[in-house]
Design a protein around this ligand. Structure first.
Ligand SMILES: [Mg+2]
Length: 215
C-alpha cells in the first residue's frame, strides 16, 4: 500500500523544549525520566514557564502553520501549565500522546503497565497504537533519546535524532548570524562616502621626524 500521509511526531523535552534546568535532576543514567521525582520536583508552574525552545521547535511550528499533520509524543504527564506553555509558543497539536492519556488508547491493565515502563517501551507502545490506527500514515519521529529512536526504527518509523539536528540548526543559525553581521559591516563600509575619508594635503605638517628622533 502506498502511504502518502506523514504524521510528524515530536518529543518535547530535549527535542523541541529545553527543560534541562528542571528535568536534569530527574533523569536516570539511561536518559529515562524518573517520573515520581519529576512530578514532585520539576512540574511547578513557574519552572515550566521558565523552559525555552530548542531550534527544532521552529520546524515543528512551521509544520503546524502549514497545516501538516503534527503530534506530540512525550513521557510527560501533561498538566495545565504544559498546555499553557505549548499554546504560548504555537506548539499545541491536536494529537498528544502522553502518560495521562494512556487510558484513552489502551485497556486499563495495559495502560498501567505502559505507564510504568521506561521511555523506549512506553513510546514503542504509543507508536504501535498510532501505526495500527493510522494504517495509511508514515510516522516521522523526532526524539533525543537513543533507546526511543532505536525502538521506533525497529517499528518501521522514520526517525530523526533531535540531538544532531538541534546542534546543526544551532550552528547554522549562529553561522547565519555571523554572515549577516559580516555582510552588514561590509555594507556599512561600502556605504561610506569618499568625503568621509580625511583629506590631508599638508604633508609638511606631519611630525614623523620628531617620532623618529625619539627612537
Ligand atoms: Mg526527550
Amino acid at each position: 500500500m502506498f502511504k502518502d500521509k506523514i504524521l510528524h511526531l515530536f518529543d518535547l523535552d530535549g527535542t523541541a523544549i529545553d527543560s534541562l534546568h528542571r528535568v536534569a535532576p530527574c533523569l536516570e543514567a539511561n536518559g529515562d525520566l524518573n517520573l515520581s521525582r519529576y512530578r514532585a520536583e520539576a512540574c511547578q508552574h513557574e519552572k515550566i514557564m521558565a523552559d525555552s525552545l530548542l531550534p527544532l521547535a521552529d520546524h515543528m511550528r512551521a509544520l503546524i502553520d502549514k497545516g501538516e499533520s503534527v503530534g506530540i509524543c512525550t513521557a510527560r504527564v501533561m498538566r495545565k501549565s504544559d498546555y499553557v506553555f505549548l499554546r504560548q509558543h504555537g506548539l499545541k497539536t491536536a494529537l498528544i500522546a502522553s502518560r495521562d492519556r494512556l487510558h484513552k488508547a489502551f485497556p486499563p491493565e495495559m495502560a498501567q503497565a505502559i505507564m510504568r515502563s521506561g521511555d523506549a517501551a512506553y513510546k514503542a507502545a504509543w507508536l504501535q497504537h498510532l501505526k495500527a490506527t493510522r494504517t495509511e500514515t508514515t510516522i516521522h519521529l523526532y526524539d533525543d533519546h537513543d533507546g526511543v529512536l532505536a525502538a521506533a526504527a525497529s517499528l518501521g518509523v522514520v526517525t530523526f535524532d533531535a540531538k544532531t539536528i538541534n546542534e546543526r540548526l544551532d550552528l547554522a543559525f549562529r553561522q547565519g548570524m555571523q554572515e549577516a553581521l559580516d555582510q552588514q559591516a561590509q555594507d556599512d563600509f561600502d556605504m561610506l562616502p569618499d568625503e568621509a575619508l580625511p583629506l590631508f594635503d599638508d604633508h609638511g605638517a606631519l611630525t614623523f621626524g620628531a617620532i623618529m628622533q625619539n627612537q
